[in-house]
Design a protein around this ligand. Structure first.
Ligand SMILES: [Zn+2]
Length: 420
């Protein structure tokens, strides 16, 4: 089963101080036939390390609660090790498991095999960075294949290609020739041309409708050049704007794997262009004090204020922070007590991971930025803002409105900023 946006959101909701959240990501190594055994050994090693680091933390916190946590995590880790034997039959997919035995949670998902590493993490929340990468503002994407008589439309979601059968049948009926018996050569040719024109017009109509209904937001075209020149003039302006790219395809021969590979290359290129563009925008807007911020402290504050529209995090961003055990406030200063509610804070080893649940819950668009020295210089984390509360006057009423919004989800954070 592959994972949906809704399921990722549910995982992001999980947060528990009382039990352990075990996250496991498996990336099949290549060549697979030889590496299977190595994968199993690797998973056993990861399991041992995870148990070991839990034991060493356990030295500080003894007691029944701590024991319950450890038993729960151990049960999950054992089950993951048992699962490692089956992972090979999973074929070309990667796998994610999210588990918390104490709360009867066990979710397994197939993922596209593009994870950076196999990993196993035990924490207070599920680690979602590898799937946040996949989400990375992945638009609802249609892949459309056409030739003179046919059209096939696919959905591409998180590496899964699914054909929309219904649309194909409608089109193929419309495009079907009734036969040319009785026509002379010239009339037959005109009729064929006319049918092709009607066919491409129908395809253009279905694309327009699909975009209007939100069946997909962006699309990719696969066809031969000759058909492209017949289809594209018929496209509505905003259908053309939503086109991410094209590839050469012979509709009769191409396999699903080839379609997916072509489409994924186009999406990757589009995403990387967009990432670079957004990172540049965030940095320059932050400089001019407009709707952009850079640096961990300022980004955390904007997240808590509900200002963030797009979050950009360096691929290798690593920073410590503390998290309030009471209100959930995250602070880049490693303070022992929460500045918002005064309760004790807990260390967060990877703040880039700790903010993901918020980001996912609130549908904030997010990108990981790679190899961008300018971005690196400003702290490797930045955001584009919907609004900037400190620019708005009068500040009392406006901020209260915004806090009302932010406060619904984060009551503790509300207090912090209301008291300023
Ligand atoms: Zn607090």
């Amino acid at each position: 089963m592959s994972i949906t946006r809704e399921q990722i959101r549910e995982l992001a909701e999980f947060h528990s101080a009382k039990s352990c959240a075990v996250s496991f990501y498996f990336q099949p190594s290549t060549p697979r036939n030889k590496a299977h055994k190595e994968d199993t050994i690797l998973i056993k090693d990861l399991a041992r390390e995870a148990m070991h680091s839990m034991e060493s933390q356990g030295l500080e916190s003894k007691g029944t609660e701590s024991k319950g946590k450890k038993d729960s995590a151990r049960a999950d880790i054992d089950r993951i090790v048992r699962l490692s034997g089956e992972l090979r039959s999973n074929g070309t997919h990667a796998k994610a498991v999210f588990a918390c035995a104490a709360q009867n949670i066990w979710h397994e998902y197939d993922l596209p095999a593009s994870l950076p590493v196999t990993q196993l993490v035990v924490d207070r929340y599920f680690h979602l960075k590898p799937i946040a990468h996949l989400l990375g503002a992945f638009p609802r994407l249609g892949v459309v294949l056409v030739d003179r008589h046919r059209a096939r439309i696919f959905d591409l979601r998180l590496g899964e290609l699914t054909e929309r059968e219904g649309l194909f049948q409608t089109l193929s009926r419309k495009g079907r020739s009734d036969g040319y018996a009785g026509y002379d050569g010239g009339r037959a040719q005109r009729r064929v041309d006319d049918e092709a024109r009607q066919h491409f017009k129908a395809v253009a109509g279905i694309l327009k409708e699909s975009l209007e209904k939100g069946v997909f937001e962006k699309w990719i075209l696969g066809c031969q050049d000759i058909h492209r020149s017949q289809l594209e003039p018929q496209l509505h302006a905003y259908v053309s704007q939503a086109l991410l790219g094209r590839f050469q395809a012979d509709l009769g021969r191409i396999t699903d794997d080839q379609i997916r590979t072509h489409a994924e290359q186009i999406v990757e290129q589009w995403q990387s262009d967009r990432r670079r563009d957004l990172a540049t925008q965030a940095v320059s807007r932050a400089r001019s004090n407009a709707r952009g911020v850079t640096g961990l402290r300022r980004v955390l504050r904007s997240l808590e204020l509900g200002e963030v529209q797009t979050l950009l995090i360096g691929e290798n961003f690593q920073a410590h922070a503390v998290e309030c055990s009471g209100c959930g406030h995250l602070d880049a200063h490693l303070v022992s007590f929460c500045p918002a509610c005064g309760r004790a804070t807990q260390e967060v080893v990877d703040v880039g991971e700790a903010i993901l649940p918020w980001v996912i819950r609130r549908d904030i668009e997010m990108f990981y930025v790679k190899d961008d020295p300018e971005f690196d210089k400003v702290g490797n984390i930045a955001a584009l803002l919907r609004f900037r509360s400190d620019n708005v006057q009068p500040i009392t009423t406006t901020v209260a409105d915004q806090l009302g919004r932010a406060g619904a989800a984060y009551p503790g954070r509300l207090r912090k900023f209301a008291s300023r």
